[in-house]
Write a protein that binds this ligand. Structure first.
Ligand code: ZN
Length: 285
């Protein structure tokens, strides 16, 4: 599932392709993409407008069009945006056609969970994002103290806290596992019981793994592809994620997999000591 580094990879590749170009038409082949709005409503709001900037917040790709009209695209499980794919490309759901003869864009999505939503005006955009997203991990507000304040008095496991987009925007299953391992924190540690030093370490490691993920062009485990169809490479740099049964690269103990926050979670229980009284539920595979 695309997380912040995958969305940021797509954004950086698309900026030179779309910024400054005028959207001629938006062909929505699958109305579920923009539901509850009808494709005709979305087309009416967007067509004929120039793309002023392509931004990102958390896992949302934000198209800022002239007149303060915003299209918020979320890739969800398997969505991606391909530049100029041939007609009839598999799983194509939406096609962006521009007013010039330059490349078109297609939103392709095998599992069809990806979405396109509208916000009209900067206030609507801010309200949309504020209702859904917490601190931006690559922004200036992301500090150990801010994380600690958000977690104060809460008992959820730290992994569940990180996966909740209302706490930290953009971190998902892969980068949470990698950051917790590097910070030496067990994924099931109750979040209200992390020390200030642990919060500082976790903050730093989240930034490190997200930036490393961006540098590697994201992770490809399932369907994630770049805008030219190329796969990301960060999966080759995983220290614990998807390494069940393999030796920890720090201490040699076997990496284990268990359930945390409902997700398959990988850890080294020597480098990330399990809190007293906490049990792990092993996964069948
Ligand atoms: Zn270890």
């Amino acid at each position: 599932m695309p997380e912040l580094p995958e969305v940021e990879t797509i954004r950086r590749q698309l900026v030179p392709v779309v910024e400054g170009r005028t959207l001629h038409s938006l062909d929505v082949a699958d109305a579920r993409w923009c539901a509850p709005l009808a494709p005709a409503e979305v087309r009416a709001a967007l067509e004929g407008r120039t793309v002023e900037a392509l931004r990102r917040r958390g896992k949302y790709l934000i198209w800022a069009l002239e007149g303060d009209v915003f299209l918020l695209v979320h890739l969800r499980m398997t969505g991606t945006l391909l530049v100029d794919p041939p007609p009839g490309t598999r799983y194509e759901r939406v096609r962006f056609v521009f007013a010039d003869d330059g490349p078109q864009l297609a939103f392709c999505d095998a599992r069809r969970f990806g979405t396109g939503e509208l916000a009209l005006g900067p206030d609507a955009l801010a309200a949309f994002l504020d209702a859904r997203l917490g601190i931006e991990p690559l922004g200036p507000d992301f500090t150990g103290a801010a994380l600690r304040a958000a977690a104060r008095g809460r008992r959820a496991p730290v992994k569940a806290f990180l996966l909740d987009q209302r706490n930290v925007a953009g971190v998902g299953n892969i980068y949470a596992d990698e950051a917790l391992f590097r910070a030496g924190i067990h994924p099931l540690r109750p979040v209200g019981r992390l020390t200030p030093a642990q919060w500082d370490a976790l903050r730093d490691e989240i930034v490190t793994v997200l930036e490393a993920g961006i540098d590697a062009g994201g992770s490809t485990i399932d369907d994630f592809r770049h805008t030219d169809g190329v796969y990301g490479a960060f999966q080759h740099e995983f220290l614990v994620h998807r390494r069940r049964g393999e030796p920890c690269l720090t201490c040699g103990r076997e990496i284990v997999k268990f359930v945390a926050a409902g997700r398959g979670t990988y850890a080294c229980e020597s480098c990330q000591p399990r809190p007293r009284g906490v049990r792990t539920r092993a996964m069948a595979r």
